[in-house]
Design a protein around this ligand. Structure first.
Ligand code: ATP
Ligand code: MG
Length: 214
């Protein structure tokens, strides 16, 4: 469970998040909408422990993360969250497999579970692309690689920032289908989007406006 209480985030004079309190339970599926510049990416980088609030508290499974050291936060981020972005954020001159395994290298166990890797590649229909260099792939294929990378450490939560923003409708539907299935299996899904059609699977739809989450 993720619990933000009175979270404020400022960049210099600009206060992007004014007073955000929200509780996200294990297995939730939520979407966050809002205008460009409303602070959606800022909010999910705090939710995903990529950034820290200027003030307020963030509890993850009952543990207040505000007092943790940076390295402890980094470990939690790597173990608890998988990230998917609009621009895929893959390393373009590495293979599919090498990209997917990056989070494993940053985790404590560092051992690759070959069986789980093949299961993921198969499930995301990219097994045949395993040894391919990523910059040779289509957008839909790249996003499926990014989702596999997000899942490789078996995270409790997937955080996605405009995950379908660069995809056509077929690939958009494929990504939504994957998220739906993952959520059925108990993974928490947090999606930022401009696209109303992405909210249909969500159990809760939030709107970020003027620094407040409504
Ligand atoms: N690292 C930073 N330093 C300074 N200002 C920042 C930083 N990150 C974001 N901002 C500012 O904070 C505001 C919110 O940015 P954010 O990226 O969270 O918006 P967004 O809702 O994700 O927008 P979009 O829909 O265009 O992606 C913007 O005015 C942005 O310029
Ligand atoms: Mg954004």
């Amino acid at each position: 469970m993720i619990k933000l209480v009175n979270v404020v985030k400022s960049y210099g004079d600009l206060t992007v998040l004014k007073n955000v309190s929200v509780q996200i339970n294990g297995g939730d599926y939520i979407t966050i909408m809002g205008k460009s510049g409303a602070g959606k990416s800022t909010l999910i980088s705090i939710l995903g422990l990529m950034d820290r609030p200027s003030s307020g508290s963030y509890e993850l499974d009952g543990q207040n993360t505000v007092f943790l050291l940076d390295e402890e936060v980094a470990r939690l981020r790597n173990e608890e969250f998988g990230f998917v972005f609009q621009g895929y954020n893959l390393i373009s001159d590495l293979t599919v497999e090498e990209n997917i395994l990056i989070p494993v290298m940053y985790s404590r166990k560092k051992r690759v579970d070959e069986q789980y890797l093949v299961e993921l590649l198969t499930r995301l229909d990219i097994l045949h692309l395993r040894k391919k260099i990523v910059n040779k792939l289509s957008g839909g294929e790249k996003q499926r690689v990014a989702i596999a990378r997000a899942l490789i450490n078996r995270p409790a939560t997937i955080i996605a920032d405009e995950p379908t923003g660069s995809l056509d409708q077929v690939n958009r539907d494929a990504v939504l289908q994957i998220f739906r299935e993952l959520n059925k299996e108990g993974i928490t899904i947090i999606v930022v989007t401009h696209d109303q059609t992405l909210t249909k699977d969500a159990r809760k739809v939030y709107r970020l406006s003027m620094g407040h989450l409504l």
